[in-house]
Design a protein around this ligand. Structure first.
Ligand code: ADP
Ligand code: MG
Ligand code: ZN
Length: 708
């Protein structure tokens, strides 16, 4: 039996009660802070060991800890674990008979419990908070605290009301500390949690998001080419076991069939029956299956340490989800690779899912208006509604989450409060913004791991490049292709370095103007060059903004790095400029050996990954320099080029990306000259790969059509 004396050392409790040999990273310091009575915000990844951080301090402080948990299954799991350690624990939630709840209250009031778990809605039961307040609590732990925030994906209105009960529950003087825990809270969500709970000056522990053994690659690749690329990546036995995340059930099935031609693979998604899912999961765990192609439903219950590769065959909806998923690779600490494949088409897929998962507010209103104080049967309501069945269910689900509808166990629905409109709108907007963050992540030139660490709010740890991702180590990238800078580009790089040497920093636009590059090199090609310099660690680029006439205008601050400062004569590095997908995975060559997986081959000697010079322009013959264009043709080309520029500017703005991501200047001019009439011709133009054709082909070809 543990003692509750303050003098017990945390390490002693760790051994004697929990049976662990040592603390994990940060656990001891967190425990000491909590034991001392300070409020805490813990943001650490799943599996980091957050539970111990309230359990151990609870025992050290003595008395009963109140634990608030949003899910019955989580609660039952924790209760069972604590009971197995011989601790006195009880829980109260809607899935239990009344007598059990009553017994728990009796034991609580007798001071017989070390832990009492409750669901947040229990606090709405009249008299319950007052009953709890009769005794002084050791501490109050709030698990999955992101549920408090409108912005969190699992927002729960009952969680949001916690704040109003806390002062009474904490007691006075010397209020009991509040410990909030979550694995997924961005700085916005963190701030919301603290504000809602009225936590003043809590100690914050935001740790553990950096993974040292993951090499992240983000590659633009058209959807039709992905199956081949994935197949070729996973043919290499050293890249297995692997998880492939597919955006839809259909695609997960399709990919699994493709892979099965050579590799033991299976699909896993929510549309399969429970038995099949369990079979797939067990076979993967046991090593009989080497690849699982899953929708996001897979991986939660997986405890497989040696997953070598995680591939996203489409854009994830949020960076939080993406992080969780790639995090399943390399639990054994051995090097592992992750690939995120994306293209413009993913955006359309995502819009579709967003509309499905967050229906328009009008749909919710329609359902809300049909609700009354009198309980009505959900089936009757659905039948009477103008909405489709799925739409109706989704709308009702959202209303329920946001308090606009109450559904009892029998399926009867009553009308809730009107507050749902506001919180639902906030959540839907936040959801859309989260996806925009994913889009920005794909075009960013910041280290991939650092960007993720920063996203979770660990700013201290966010400044160290990982050295392994496609940004940090372009030459080591497997799927993403880079070409070497041309002689001209290297000259420009040298002059950029010279220009930056005497100053702290320059804005990218100023730099381009100062060097008189405006006519010689387009802004987008210039930005691509800066990105290449940043990847080579010659410069550092910082996103900044200034205000002009009330408008916030973003710009990029460019400063010389320590390495850049040393460069006087010629750049010692093979500067690499991003250039699509490696040929090896595009269907034309056999897979190369990945230097990490096999040999000590010097990275830059892999011939097909790196082009010494840009590919020669492959514009259709008739309009070449040997057949000078007529004045009419020139005029036509000019007008098309102007139209393409306008279109590109609009497109870039809409996507929130630099214009060069849409189309390089060079390619734009070549298109105007060549005036392709079909996708095949378009793809022949230098700078226009299959990805661009898929993404923008239709729009470009329309603009190239001669006026009739
Ligand atoms: P989280 O809530 O952060 O997702 P948990 O608290 O559920 O993680 O802990 C994950 C697992 O790690 C649990 O099985 C727990 O028993 C174990 N664990 C926690 N701390 C330690 C430790 N110091 N030593 C060994 N195992 C630990
Ligand atoms: Mg937990
Ligand atoms: Zn990196």
């Amino acid at each position: 039996m543990p003692t509750s004396s303050q003098s017990v050392q945390p390490a002693e409790l760790l051994h004697s009660v929990f049976g662990f040999a040592s603390f994990r990273a940060n656990q001891e310091q967190i425990c000491r802070t909590a034991i001392a009575g300070r409020d805490l915000l813990l943001v650490m990844p799943t599996g980091a060991g957050k539970s111990l951080c309230y359990q151990l301090p609870a025992l050290a402080r003595g008395g009963t800890a109140l634990v608030i948990s949003p899910l019955i299954s989580l609660m039952e799991d924790q209760v069972a674990k604590l009971a197995a350690l011989g601790l006195r624990v009880a829980r109260i939630h809607s899935g239990l008979p009344r007598a059990v709840a009553r017994q728990a209250c009796v034991e609580y009031l007798q001071g017989a419990l070390q832990f009492l778990f409750i669901a947040p809605e229990r606090l709405r039961v009249r008299g319950f908070p007052e009953m709890l307040a009769k005794r002084k609590l050791a501490l109050i732990a709030i698990d999955e605290a992101h549920c408090i925030s409108h912005w969190g994906h699992d927002f729960r209105p009952d969680y949001r009301m916690l704040g109003q009960y806390l002062p009474a529950l904490r007691g006075a003087p010397d209020p009991a500390p509040v410990l909030t825990m979550t694995a997924t809270a961005t700085p916005t969500v963190q701030a919301d949690i603290l504000a809602q709970l009225g936590m003043v000056n809590p100690a914050k522990f935001i740790h553990g998001f950096r993974r040292e053994n993951l090499a992240i690659e983000v590659v633009e690749i058209p959807q039709p080419d992905r199956a081949t690329a994935i197949f070729r990546l996973l043919l290499e036995p050293a890249r297995r076991p692997a998880i492939v995340y597919a955006p839809s059930r259909k695609q997960s099935e399709h990919l699994a069939v493709e892979l099965s031609r050579a590799i033991p693979a299976a699909a896993y998604h929510a549309g399969l029956d429970a038995e099949t899912r369990e079979r797939v999961q067990n076979a993967f765990q046991a090593g009989e299956l080497e690849v699982v192609v899953a929708t996001i439903a897979f991986g939660m219950g997986i405890d497989k340490a040696n997953i070598r590769t995680v591939i996203h065959a489409g854009l994830p909806a949020t960076l939080e989800g993406y992080y969780q998923e790639i995090g399943r690779a390399g639990r054994d600490a051995a090097l592992s690779r992750t690939f995120l494949m994306h293209s413009y088409a993913d955006q359309r897929t995502h819009d579709f899912f967003l509309n499905r998962d967050y229906p328009p507010i009008e749909s919710l209103s329609e359902v809300y208006e049909a609700l009354t104080e009198e309980p009505q049967n959900a089936n009757d309501l659905r039948a009477a509604s103008k909405l489709g069945e799925e739409e109706f269910d989704k709308a009702l689900e959202k209303l329920q989450i946001h308090g606009g509808a109450r559904v009892d166990f029998g399926g009867s629905v009553t009308r809730g409060g009107p507050g749902w409109k506001k919180t639902y709108a906030i959540q839907a907007r936040y959801r859309a913004e989260q996806f925009e963050k994913v889009l920005r992540y794909t075009v960013s030139s910041e280290c991939r791991m650092s960007a993720l660490v920063r996203h979770f709010g660990d700013l201290e740890d966010a400044n160290r490049p990982c050295g392994k991702c496609d940004i940090c180590d372009s030459a080591g990238a497997v799927l993403r292709q880079f070409r070497r800078a041309t002689a001209l580009e290297r000259d420009i790089v040298q002059s950029i370095i010279d220009e930056l040497r005497p100053v702290d920093y320059k804005a990218a636009g100023t730099l381009q103007r100062n060097l008189d590059l405006v006519g010689r090199l387009s802004r987008s090609d210039f930005e691509a060059l800066l990105d290449a310099m940043a990847r080579a660690a010659l410069i550092e680029i910082e996103s900044a903004e200034f205000e002009k006439n009330g408008e916030v205008i973003p710009f990029r601050k460019v400063r010389l790095s320590a390495l850049g400062l040393e460069v006087r004569q010629s750049i010692p590095l093979p500067l690499l400029i991003g250039d699509g997908v490696a040929d090896e995975f595009g269907g034309r060559f056999d897979p190369p050996s990945d230097p990490w997986m096999r040999s000590k081959k010097p990275k830059l000697t892999r011939p097909k990954l790196v082009h010494e010079d840009p590919k020669p322009a492959k514009t259709p013959a008739p309009r070449s320099e040997f057949h000078p264009a007529t004045p009419e043709e020139q005029a036509l080309a000019q007008s098309i080029e102007a139209k393409l520029r306008d279109w590109r500017a609009t497109e870039a703005k809409r996507l929130g990306v630099p214009a060069c991501v849409v189309l390089y200047d060079r390619a734009l001019a070549a298109v105007a000259q060549a005036r392709p009439t079909n996708p095949q011709q378009l793809s022949q133009i230098a700078g226009i790969g299959p990805a661009k054709v898929e993404r923008f082909g239709e729009a470009i070809l329309t603009l190239c059509r001669p006026p009739d």
